[in-house]
Design a protein around this ligand. Structure first.
Ligand SMILES: Cc1ncc(COP(=O)(O)O)c(C=O)c1O
Length: 310
């Protein structure tokens, strides 16, 4: 049987991912002038395909980027790329990243109207998170660097420039953590480098997550957790979360398309104190992990027609 190959598709040309080429003058490369989405498959079925496309269209609109590729064409191109990976024969799920760049042009920040957008698709194996991330939990630290202000760069533009989050991640790693949780300029919790964050409040058994205004990407996994809470009568509040309020939290977890619901084992505060959370997630986190598995299962059962193996 052929082995799995990570593949890329640049404007319709499918190659091994390692051989894919983008021209130097592409604005995605020069300025991060691009938008993207990432999803993973379950049994070959893209999770939340419609929701990802809706967010992609919203990013395009916020970035004044005219989409010249339709949802159907993008899915066809993704399907062709997945086919080339041998994932279907191997019955393996994949990570899919699709990107639109504003295209190639002269060095000039102003995006001239004659620019033509470029699409790029990357299909690779799912990320292999360290086993401890699920058995124990991921370790977080709050770095000094603050999350971009929402009136400087709307976090709902899922764009190709992650320098703010990269700097947060570098600082967190230097502090001995695996990932960062960033504060905004008012000192409120926003999100992790590529995930949303939730906490459980001591004594009350209430879930809390940063309110929209704090500034974070509206994650689709976060939206799924919100629905799960509603369906299961679990109280969830979106509120301003200060560092001081964290002292009264008993559990913490991250959500993202590839991390799913991931327990957090510790959180380093700016003063150097480290909060510890239950190994492998407390009761509520473990409940939500199970609910999320069931939620994904129900979603893929109703979206079998989208299976990328066919
Ligand atoms: C900055 C940021 N926040 C949150 C998320 C989580 O979003 P989702 O659950 O849709 O994967 C991501 C995912 O890439 C992200 O980049």
């Amino acid at each position: 049987m052929d082995k799995f190959r990570s593949m890329a598709n640049v404007d319709g040309l499918i190659t091994d991912a390692a051989d894919a080429k983008i021209p130097l003058m592409d604005r995605g490369f020069l300025y991060g002038d691009s938008i993207y989405e990432v999803f993973r498959t379950y049994k070959g079925i893209p999770l939340f395909h419609d929701e990802h496309w809706a967010r992609f269209e919203n990013s395009a609109q916020l970035a004044h980027l005219g989409l010249t590729i339709s949802k159907d064409r993008m899915l066809d191109e993704i399907r062709r790329t997945v086919k080339a990976t041998n994932a279907a024969d191997l019955n393996r799920d994949v990570y899919v990243r699709y990107i639109i760049t504003r295209g190639e042009g002269p060095i000039d920040l102003f995006p001239r109207p004659e620019l033509t957008t470029r699409f790029v698709i990357l299909v690779k194996e799912l990320p292999e998170w360290k086993q401890e991330y699920s058995s124990v939990g991921i370790r977080l630290a709050i770095p000094e660097i603050r999350r971009n202000a929402t009136n400087a760069l709307d976090p709902n533009i899922k764009g190709g420039n992650y320098l703010n989050n990269i700097l947060g991640m570098i600082e967190a790693r230097a502090l001995g953590a695996d990932d960062c949780v960033m504060l905004n300029n008012s000192g409120l919790i926003t999100e992790a480098s590529t995930s949303n964050v939730f906490f459980i409040k001591q004594n009350e058994n209430i879930l809390i997550t940063p309110a929209k205004a704090a500034g974070h990407l509206r994650g689709l996994t976060k939206a799924a957790v919100e629905k799960i809470c509603l369906e299961n009568n679990l109280e969830l509040r979106a509120e301003d979360i200060t560092v001081a309020a964290l002292e009264n939290t008993t559990e913490c977890f991250l959500t993202s398309s590839t991390k799913e619901v991931m327990p957090v084992s510790s959180l380093r505060l700016p003063d150097g104190n480290v909060l510890s959370y239950p190994k492998g997630g407390g009761d509520m986190t473990r409940q939500l992990i199970q609910h999320y598995i069931a939620f994904v299962d129900a979603h893929i059962k109703t979206h079998e027609h989208l299976c990328l193996y066919k």
